[in-house]
Ligand binder design. Sequence first.
Ligand code: 3HC
Length: 698
Amino acid sequence: MTDLSSPSQAGAGPVRLVAASPVAVIEIDNPPVNATSQAVRAGLLAAIHEVERDAEVEAVVIACAGRTFVAGADIREFGQPPREPHLPDVINAIEACSKPVVGAVHGTALGGGCEIALACHARIADAGAGLGLPEVKLGLVPGAGGTQRLPRLIGVEAALDLVSSGRTVKAAEALRLGLVDRIAGQDLRQEAIDFARELIGKPIRRTGALPANGMEAEAAAKKLLEIRRKARGAEAPGKAAELVLLAASLPLKEGMARERETFLELRSSDQSAALRHAFFAEREVARVPGFDSAEPRPVQRIGVVGAGTMGSGIAIAFADAGFEVKVVETSEQALAAGQARIADIYEKQVASGRLTAAARDERLGAIRYGVGVDTLADRDLVVEAVFEDLEVKRALFRELDAILRPGTILATNTSYLDISLIADATSRPAEVVGLHFFSPAHVMKLLEIVRTDRTAADVVATGLAIARRLRKIPVVCRVCDGFVGNRILSRYRQQAEYLLEEGALPHEVDAALEAFGFPMGPFAVSDMAGLDIAWARRKRLAPTRDPRERYVDVADRLCEAGRFGRKTGAGWYRYEGGRREIDPVVTALVEEASQRRGLRRRPIPPEEIQARIRAAIVNEACKILDEGIVERPLDVDVVMMHGYAYPAWRGGPLFEADRIGLQPILDQVMERAGKDGPGWEPAAGLVSRAASGARFYP
Ligand code: 3HC
């Protein structure tokens, strides 16, 4: 075995060469994900030179140690000046090798890892492996031949889909597409060696030498337009697609030069910096100082109280992650409805090919049903998802407290209520925590873990461990009205309603925010979610509302007219055949609201709409930090990106605020504070940071 670490690398190198005859194995071993750091690149290049020299070697396998094939370039190196050898040169050397090279893929071959696989002369993958070029998710294009080799191997159309979406394909699909040649049975390494042996003496098939079929100009232009529209302001997908299209007309070398140029340009772009921040923040957020060292409690048996939309989604999320679930309702009828809802969700997953019938049966089998909470006595954790009313929840927790054994954790899925008051209804406030799922709970990644002053550290740690098993992104926060996400959302919606009063119409606000990068504007979202829940909350809070607060009542009037959104065919818009249409009735209501307030309506440009909404979000986010509801700016950014679709290419509101500069945002906030009254005062932390030139992220 030869250790190929460069002389400058101390200790064992990350690339080993097992130079057996006739098949040599080059093994990359660079935990945790075999990223192509400078040492890996140097080691790989040296290994290729070595096998070229060694007359005993007639074929080569490139494989990886550990949990995965190469997961890409080392993202942590992106902030530093590039160091030789560059990945495209290493990859070109692999393709140019005079001896057949087989890539043996397990885990995931992503980005630069997939590009290594593409340059091999043949590929074999584990049945569970995945391959993809996710660079666009980091605001980049593939930078080591991916846009040029993939279309040559699988065709331009399929390559456009993969490169512009960044999605990972599983081995079976990769085989169908021609991205891999074989799927291994039991022993990937041995089968790769056998495959390489078969190729000895045969003509070498180099991906870069294959022709890429062109695409008709009109179809290509249409596709590009569609990709740009779907990207909602992110620039990388369109640029990556343009490069893929070039593969049909440019020789590999020229195509790769164009690709490298775009890669380097994007690598230093604001969008890529934001998306890299998003990538690391998603991982960092689960490491919560003070809780990551506490020992989580063992949890396997879950109780879910309430089988409505949220309860069903929560039950599915747990069943999908291998927990044993019991769902309870107050009546047989409600239970049957919940059971049918759960079965229907699984049925749709089977119909769309996302789930096999066997997996559906297994998951349905993991969920049991019962009437009444007394059937939950043996649970390790109970999550309630019942009607959003404090007294209803307190009564339920009192009842659960009486029947659950000591040590069982009691979680509430409330979106707004004071969890301390719910905990007070029990004899075990240290074991009460908020697990705030987002709808649909089995799909949305975000999980707010809400702790009261008395929640025990190991209960929070258990929440974090559960989130990991559910493959969710947890954000730990303290109690306040609406916690992190819904509290910010309330402000954002309020500001959107002020814009209506001053002259904008719902579709103009929505269009401005969709152009900002949100998939849907706030009024379209309200119509989809239903206006009735927020109405009930407003009615509940009405007695305590500050009379000086600027309050817009258009939504109340819509609800009084029975317009609860899509489900009633009308809300902020009216719906014809599922399409949203501007409704003159709403326009009239909005104009009346302006009149009542004595405001002369004026056209409001999209830039003003965007700046005001952004300022409202940043100011409230900063108050959340000031009050210690969360500890770190990244907690807020992750909530906004994963729960509220704040464009990831902006990096979340606080990351973006740093980029824009805090003073212009503060100026905007001050201007609104003068006009919008109580609640809109600038956050102390925003004022102090702007004054001292500090940032949210040092
Ligand atoms: N570079 C540096 N670190 C990386 C990395 C990379 N490409 N990929 C993952 N890591 C780190 C993570 O930050 C994490 O570190 P931490 O433990 O300190 O938080 C650790 O590896 C494990 O990662 P995950 O927690 O994400 O582990 P999972 O098992 O859940 O997922 C994965 C593994 C699917 C590989 C996932 O990490 C992933 O998607 N990684 C990014 C892949 C990617 O985007 N590759 C393209 C890079 S750009 C490129 O290749 C350019 C080229 O074209 C030139």
